[in-house]
Design a binder for this molecule. Structure first.
Ligand SMILES: *Cc1c(COP(=O)(O)O)cnc(C)c1O
Length: 419
């Protein structure tokens, strides 16, 4: 596939797509929630399934002509069941946020209580931030991270749950460099008679690849995005036991969405097939090995890494002590100028009151690992990061870093056949 038809018919749009392709090729994508999907997934997402209305479920659609949409959706569901061992899968959520909102609709009544991780300590905003519907329709309280160890404060969670008596406890996070103890959260949820939602948006690829424990079969509901470590293109997914199947299905549609994005479901099917291969296990392991090599090298050079390292795919650098004058947003901008793309992130426990300009920066290895980076490459990237941090005001340092980034990118080419 290439973008030629678009460039020929619509040069203005074609140019934008080409610039984005080259940006992804020639810079280091280290946003922990991003990845590069295969050309198979791209092609599936760009297929004629984009034209099809298929509201309803396979076999019970509101529209005619759904024979192949049915086959597709069943294929995607079967592959998801095989990947994560779920009894029931709804593959229609447009994104991870929609998946969470559908679970709230399925499991809760307005005014019910949600206990989620502190928004400033790694929760996703869809876990009850006031700007999201969950924050407005439900009563939300927050548990915390033990900032010394970086792990969830499970004892604190238990005490909070016993006092608050929530209807739903949410585990699974956007910024958490540790393995989550699903059973421990489930025990707490059962003891206070709450449902447990495990949101594995970030880590479902690590779970599928066998390098993170699986909450499916433990938590009542498991949700995720499909474009992060699982590398199956944009979208969301919900998994649960049969007992919740019909509530979940009707909460997704018509409860909170219209017609499913069948082209995205085609992307999910394609990505799930790739994730079922033995190579995907190697990929998942390499993602974690790369994150650890990167984090070790940063720390060897005096950079402060939150909780001293990582067990997953993300590394949170705390700038407070080493770079008190450099805010997370400034760092994000400076790194982008050096062709290293990452995001500013709040560090659990940081006292800075400006939540929009935190003192941390979050790095992730899923995208670089996809394009072939190994531990040695990640140590080289860590050295570049240190050079930028050592001279944040020096434009010439960034220029030489850009040149070395280009060498690393050329050694690990991306989408070689795309024009
Ligand atoms: C990324 C993420 C989501 C969903 O994000 P979408 O952009 O809506 O797919 C949900 N939960 C967590 C923990 C996430 O990290």
């Amino acid at each position: 596939m290439d973008y030629d038809p678009v460039r020929a018919e619509d040069p203005e749009l074609g140019e934008i797509l080409t610039k984005e392709l080259n940006r992804q090729r020639d810079s280091l994508q280290m946003i922990a929630s991003e990845n590069h999907v295969s050309q198979t997934v791209l092609k599936a997402q760009g297929s004629v399934m984009a034209n099809k209305y298929a509201e309803g479920l396979p076999g019970t659609r509101w529209y005619g002509g759904c024979e192949y949409a049915d086959e597709l959706e069943e294929l995607a569901i079967d592959r998801a069941k095989e990947l994560w061992g779920a009894e029931h899968v709804n593959i229609q959520p447009h994104s991870g946020t929609q998946a969470n909102e559908a679970v709230y609709l399925a499991a809760l009544d307005p005014g019910d209580k949600i206990l989620a991780l502190d928004q400033n300590q790694g929760a996703h905003s869809s876990h009850g931030h006031q700007a999201y519907s969950a924050g407005q329709f439900y009563e939300v309280e927050q548990y915390g991270i033990d900032v010394d160890t970086g792990h969830v404060d499970y004892e604190g969670l238990r005490e909070h749950a016993e006092a608050f008596e929530p209807d739903l406890i949410i585990s699974g996070y956007s910024m958490h460099p540790h393995i989550v103890d699903w059973e421990r959260v489930q025990d707490i949820a059962e003891d206070v008679d709450a449902y447990h939602l495990a949101d594995i948006a970030h880590i479902n690829g690590l779970v599928a690849g066998g390098v993170h424990p699986n909450p499916v079969g433990i938590a009542d509901f498991v949700t995720g995005s499909t474009h992060k470590t699982i590398r199956a293109g944009r979208g969301g997914i919900i998994m649960c036991d049969e007992e919740h199947a019909s509530d979940v299905d009707s909460a997704v549609s018509p409860g909170s969405q219209g017609g499913p994005h069948m082209h995205c479901i085609a992307g999910k099917a394609a990505g799930f097939k790739e994730a079922l291969s033995p190579e995907f296990e190697e990929y998942a392991q390499q993602v974690v090995d790369n994150a650890q090599a990167f984090s070790d090298r940063l720390q060897e050079q005096g950079i402060s890494v939150f909780s001293g390292g990582t067990e997953v795919h993300m590394v949170l650098v705390d700038l407070e002590e080493t770079h008190p004058d450099l805010s997370g947003l400034d760092a994000e901008e400076i790194f982008e100028d050096a062709n290293i793309v990452l995001n500013a992130q709040r560090v659990p426990g940081e006292s800075n009151p400006d939540t929009w300009n935190p003192q941390g920066i979050r790095f992730g290895t899923p995208a670089l690992t996809t394009r072939g980076f190994d531990e040695e490459d990640l140590r080289a990237v860590a050295d570049l990061v240190v050079r930028v941090l050592d001279a944040p005001d020096d434009e010439s340092v960034r220029e030489s870093v850009r040149e070395e980034v280009q060498v690393l990118c050329d050694e690990n080419p991306l989408y070689e056949d795309l024009l």
